[in-house]
Design a protein around this ligand. Sequence first.
Ligand code: ACO
Length: 322
Amino acid sequence: MKNWQIIETAMAVPNKVVTNDDLSRLMDTSDEWIRSRTGIERRHISQGDNTSDLASRVAHRLLTKSGWSADDLDLIIVATMSPDAYTPSTAAIVQGKIGATKAACFDLSAACSGFVYALTVTHGMLQLPGYDRAMVIGAEVLSKLIDWQDRSTAVLFGDGAGGVLLGPSAEPAVLAQQLNSFGQLSDRIVAGHTQVATNFPRPLTDLTPFQMDGRAVYKFATHQVPMSIRTAAQQADLRLDQIDCFLLHQANARIIKQVARRLDQPLSKFPINIDEYGNTSAASEAILLDECAAKGLIHRGDTIALSGFGGGLTTATMIIKY
Ligand code: ACO
């Protein structure tokens, strides 16, 4: 078994900040409603930057912070549900921008579980000969998929990217991983659905905007996320109180508080930054990880549970030694 560790973390968000009050001037909503139902106060919204631009900014920062050269990379995975295009992959665009000539590159689509799914796939690929150094990025420009008239989704999401560099280590980082999919609930979160017309030749059609059954997803998350974390902890032979920090997908502060209650763990072990960024889907845990590292909220050797849930529906938990 080849071991790896997280060598470096980085994040990038657009400069433009949109507050709840800004949104209440666009649609029938209020700062009070958004704050009390979700914990969100503002979000960063892209003005012209696509997903690969944010991801490339993270990639450059990771290389600068680590001192690695782009040629050191064997693999780049970008987890995203808002790629620039069906093809090329966002990861290939990042590769081109940073000049990582040796790297195999592809995108991974598992919505808000995407970052942990991508870490798990990378864990497997790092066992292969020739794969020793990887870049895993979660990146989203969800604002391009949002119907800005639909208050039930528009207030929830933001744009951003975060990522990690993974490289060889003496000690194993991965203590457990749990990936689940619930395809029978696939219609609960849908974005960018394409219609196939029965006539030929057919006109080009637009993608459908983000649609979500919020209540169903809320119920799903508060039930399935604690189960996923408990199962992963059992797999790692850990009690929950032996986990130092739970980095959960930032979809709703109420969901995070409910998960903490269900796991009977103090809320202080569940960092929250949804107030600043909203739900950035596959980017959210990577952004949170980088912020926690920068603020000294997590330390080398800590046991950390990363746990995401979202479209698919999906859940994903990985327990690592940081
Ligand atoms: N502003 C004001 N009122 C609103 C808004 C808004 N932005 N949105 C909905 N309302 C109204 C509704 O119309 C409803 O009014 P009514 O009672 O007169 O019918 C009322 O507020 C309550 O609506 P609910 O949908 O019941 O509100 P709820 O408390 O469930 O909160 C929310 C909605 C925040 C979406 C919640 O259900 C939630 O967080 N769900 C989970 C979403 C999630 O986690 N998604 C992550 C996955 S996303 C991915 O994978 C990319």
